[in-house]
Write a new protein. Sequence first.
Length: 264
Amino acid sequence: MASTGEDATVLAGGRHPDRCSSVGQVEARIVGTGTELDRLPWARAAHTVALEELAAVRTFPVQRGRRIAPGWWWSASTGRLVHYGFGAMRTQLMLLDHDPHVVALACSPVEFTWLGDDGAVAVHAPHLMARLRDGSGLLVDCAGSEGVPARIANHAAAMTTAVQAVGWHYRITQPPDPVLEANVRWLSGYRHPRYGAGIPREQVLALFEWPLPLIEGVRQLGDPIAAWPVLFHALWSGALTAPLNHPLHERTLATAATVVAGPG
């Protein structure tokens, strides 16, 4: 699921990024119990702090001309609201929440500082953090349709070095395929567990043991008003799989996943 920092380095696009020569030189700043940010070595923070449970180290002000203002996304992975600052960030939150490898999400819970090659202090707070099922973490910066901002691209190499040194991943995301985004956005409307409670999951999985059009599954399950939300929730949670890079419709073939995600 999570791409390595090699992707981020490529996305730097030939610029001259700030670098850090050692992870031991990287400091993490997080929201503590007081008014000031707590400081500790990044390696220690990565291994001992539940970053996914922390508040954001930065705020996202409303900017004139932006179509989507800062807001909150209810995360099925985390079971609580997660902040986002702009449209591309909301889209990546949605895609991460849909990813079965992700178990928790947070908005900018850590800020990095290090000395760049020129001796100046560099500071960067990635937009999103995800906790993965294997216990590692993923840090994400979100690029919009206008491309990767120079500030993010210039910090990509340093971020890659720091997160790979502790067994984490760093990624700069581009806008997803429009069809995939539209399908996942539709399914996200059924992400709450209540939509999966109408029909036993075992019954759904048994019905879709072999590829079956969604409408045929609905007919066999009985009441369409009860069945469609259950199937949409199953597609969201990963209990059912379907080719979401193609338009989702009633004849879309769905199959029970080989490895079923958790109850979310």
